[in-house]
Write a protein that binds this ligand. Structure first.
Ligand SMILES: [Zn+2]
Length: 60
């Protein structure tokens, strides 16, 4: 499950209904981000994924 930092809980929480979105930055650069809600308090969460990191995470 996707996790993100919740500003209300001040802790990392599981994201409910995670959605991947594309954001347009300056210069037409596209950035991936995840939005969802905190599974504990319901606050909206936002997580920047960066470039082309979606799905394919490196196994360290
Ligand atoms: Zn929370």
């Amino acid at each position: 499950m996707a996790q993100a930092y919740c500003v209300k809980c001040r802790a990392k929480r599981d994201m409910k209904d995670p959605k991947e979105v594309a954001m347009r930055g300056k210069g037409g650069q596209e950035r991936r981000a995840m939005t969802g809600t905190c599974s504990v308090c319901g606050t909206k969460m936002f997580k920047i994924l960066g470039k082309a990191e979606a799905g394919a995470k490196k196994a360290a």
